[in-house]
Design a protein around this ligand. Sequence first.
Ligand code: HEC
Length: 204
Amino acid sequence: MKQKLLVTILLAVLFLVQCEKKETDESLLSPVEEQKIVAIGDTLSRRLINTLVLELTKAIQEGGPEHAISVCNTTALQLTSKVAQESGKQVNIKRTTRRYRNPANAPDRWEEAALAFFEKKIQQGESPAYMIQKIDKDGEIIYRYYKPLKVGTLCLSCHGNPDDISPAVLEELKKRYPEDHATGYQEGDFRGVIRVEMRGLLTR
Ligand code: HEC
């Protein structure tokens, strides 16, 4: 009797785990695949975050946040391709979010699914470290690794409440991004993701 109950519980747990995995598309991944994707995705996304934070801090110290805007505007994209190039891998890195400042960073439908995944988990009080998608794009297998980004104190001078952003920064933002959606954040808010796309890496 006891055994039967245990088996039922085990099956229920397995079923739940299965559901959870489907949601993240990871059920399609073998453990070896997942390991490789995580190793590359984690390294590159961390490097991008570290470089950005370093460059932003430096630029803000040198000339205030209004000086750093151009760093974020041009350097983010350059850094993204630099990190991709240096790694020597067939990767493509992007930052994306629902409330974007630059329309070039708007999410595609897979990225929207990833953003929805993190939003839902965070609402449930969880904080997943990453999410992976395995996409069959006209027969080509593409992997996408997503790392969530949170708003820190450093970010508030350009993404915080408009009342707390300096007039010089607001003016510059308005000039460059007339349809800016990326203000009004508070410390700790989910800001978006770094997306590392990998091609042709793991073909068997
Ligand atoms: C000095 C101002 C400034 C600071 C500080 C800053 N950002 Fe940004 N951020 C920008 C600008 C400008 C853009 C638009 C860049 C572009 O044109 O691609 C941007 C874009 C982004 C994007 C890409 C999506 C979008 O909205 O277009 C993310 C994600 C982001 N910032 C996160 C952060 C995080 C996290 C921090 C803190 C670690 C931060 N930012 C700090 C100015 C700033």
